[in-house]
Ligand binder design. Structure first.
Ligand code: DAT
Ligand code: MG
Length: 140
């Protein structure tokens, strides 16, 4: 994946709360093009694998339970400076610390259930995109 791509998930809380449409509109409005997208649900095993870097941290089990608790929207997004610009668009991990107007400030309910995922590096964007999508499911 090129460095102008990032990976996102609309998490189960935001899906349950009816925010898929508003979040996708904000993502498109900020200039991101959707090059891959699916509505799916992670098994506990898949969620654990996706967040393996956090294994052993006190919130890991809760995170895995939450991320497998309902459907998500997974997508690969394209834009110049995608990773950094998308992290700016979603705001801080803890919604209490997220800038006003960011997706997490508007739609997250807590630090654990924070509405959206955004990759933290080009390398992880590539790994995470490939985790969810086959090459034939990505439309440049
Ligand atoms: P981010 O999602 O902003 O990249 P992260 O990679 O540090 O944040 O953590 C991954 C997810 O784990 C995060 O979106 C929500 C959960 N999490 C992180 N820190 C937490 C904490 N202190 N308490 C509960 N959940 C937490
Ligand atoms: Mg992270």
């Amino acid at each position: 994946m090129a460095t102008n791509r990032t990976f996102t998930m609309i998490k189960p809380d935001a899906v349950r709360n009816g925010h898929i449409g508003a979040i996708l509109e904000q993502i498109n409005g900020a200039g991101f093009k959707i090059v891959a997208m699916k509505y799916t649900q992670l098994s506990k095993e898949k969620a654990g694998e996706f967040y393996a870097v956090h294994r052993g941290r006190p919130f890991y089990d809760e995170l895995v339970d939450f991320m497998s608790s309902g459907p998500i929207v997974a997508a690969i997004l394209e834009k110049g400076n995608a990773v950094a610009d998308f992290r700016k668009l979603i705001g801080a991990t803890n919604p209490d610390e997220a800038d006003a107007g960011t997706i997490r400030a508007k739609y997250a309910t807590s630090i654990g259930e924070n509405a959206v995922h955004g990759s933290d590096s080009d390398e992880n964007a590539e790994i995470e995109g490939s985790f969810h999508f086959a090459g034939t499911e990505v439309f440049a």
